[in-house]
Structures are given as C-alpha cells and as structure tokens.
Design a protein around this ligand. Structure first.
Ligand code: DC
Length: 218
C-alpha cells in the first residue's frame, strides 16, 4: 500500500500547483484526477455528445479508455492511446468535465484507475472526492480552498499572462457556477471530509501552503 495524501477543494484553489510542489519536496507521485475527467470530456466533445444527455454520455464511456503515464515526472493523459495532455486545460473542456462528472458511469470509469494508482505508489492526489470517496483511508487529507474573488483573480492573472483577453466578473461567475455544480451533485459531491485539515489559501503564499501541507506528511 502506498502512502496517500488526498487534496480536495474547489476549482482554482491552487490544488495542482501546491500538490506538484509537495510531491517534489516529499518524493511522491502527483496524480491530477481532474485531468482524467477532462480526458473523458475531450472524448465527449469529439463525439459531439451533449452533457445533458446522460444516456449518450454513459454510452460514450464504453469506447473511451483513459490512461495515465509520466514523462520527466509530469503526468500525461492518454485517450484511447493518444496523448491529449496539451488539450486538457481550456474552459470548454473544464466545463464539459464539470457537467459530465455528475454522471455515475463517468465516475465509475475513473474510480478504479485512481484507486489502483494510490494502492501501488506514494501519491498526492488532488480532486473533489479523494478524501471522502476515492481514498477514505488516506494518510493525510487536506481541504484546500480560497475565496471566490481570490480564485477568480488568480485565474484572471494566469490568462492575462498568456495574452488571453478576459473579464474578471465573468470568471468569478463561472467559478461560482462550477462550485455550485461540484458541491450539490448527487454522487460524490465536493465537501470537506470530517478528518481533513482545512486550509484557506486566500491570504497565504504558495510556499506557506506547501510548508503547511508538508508539516502533516511523513
Ligand atoms: O480540477 P479540474 O478543474 O481539472 O476538474 C475538472 C472537473 O472535473 C471539475 O469541475 C469536477 C470534476 N472532478 C470531479 O468531479 N472529481 C474529481 N476528483 C476531479 C475533478
């Protein structure tokens, strides 16, 4: 059994940035489960499946194989053998992932992949239901959050740095909508596990959050 650190929290809380740094510091493997949902979302987008048509999404799951690999320690996502990592981080894919992740067949499809990675290796795994559902026995559980405005501003700065035109209020609305969907869905909603440590990063620097999480890990 690997040593398992679970990090859950809403979109834009900085989970992946922080988890990658903790992984480096502690020698764990970083597993980004959102990227798996995004991988399936690309399959649905390619097939032109509507996220509102649950049956069509469930059917489309049958001919999708999402797998994970590592190149220079960086997680790669493969969809039916094709490396689609570079396509994962668009708003379109993120929204499709959020909408389709409410569907049981989608979650079942990825559950075993996530659990088997954690069983074999020392991992820090981030997502929405890792501490509550995927790895209820994780050695350390963190619930990482920040205010909606802090998260929107971080996303805005990130996009602006890439030269993408964007609107702060629209990003904040999108984040609120995504939070609502992720927190109120029937299966495995985003919530803090009872035994998770709550970290609000609104007024913390990245190194401060990393240090705090590392202090809970062996
Ligand atoms: O973390 P992210 O933005 O890459 O995740 C994209 C969507 O995938 C997110 O809005 C909800 C879903 N997701 C999930 O339901 N469970 C997870 N463990 C990870 C992501």
């Amino acid at each position: 059994m690997g040593y398992n650190v679970a990090v859950d929290g809403p979109a834009g809380a900085g989970k992946s940035t922080i988890a990658k740094l903790v992984a480096k510091e502690k020698g764990y493997i970083y597993v980004d489960t959102g990227a798996m949902y995004r991988g399936l979302a690309i399959h649905f987008l390619k097939k032109g499946v509507s996220p509102d048509d649950r049956k069509a999404v469930a059917d489309a799951c049958k001919d999708a194989e999402v797998t994970i690999g590592y190149e220079d320690g960086i997680q790669q996502v493969y969809l039916n053998g094709e490396n689609i990592t570079a396509m994962l981080r668009t708003e379109e894919v993120g929204n499709m992932a959020s909408k389709t992740s409410v569907i049981p067949e989608v979650r079942e499809k990825l559950l075993e992949l996530q659990r088997s990675l954690a069983a074999e290796k020392d991992v820090i795994m981030d997502g929405r239901d890792i501490g509550t559902n995927i790895l209820p026995g994780a050695d350390v559980k963190i619930y990482l959050t920040a205010s909606v405005m802090t998260r929107a501003k971080r996303r805005y700065d990130e996009l602006r740095a890439k030269g993408v035109k964007c609107d702060l209020d629209a990003i904040a609305r999108d984040i609120e909508e995504r939070d609502h969907r992720d927190m109120t869905r029937e299966i495995a909603p985003l919530k803090q596990a009872e035994d998770a440590v709550l970290i609000d990063s609104s007024n913390m620097t990245i190194p401060e959050v990393v240090e705090k999480i590392c202090s809970y890990c062996r």
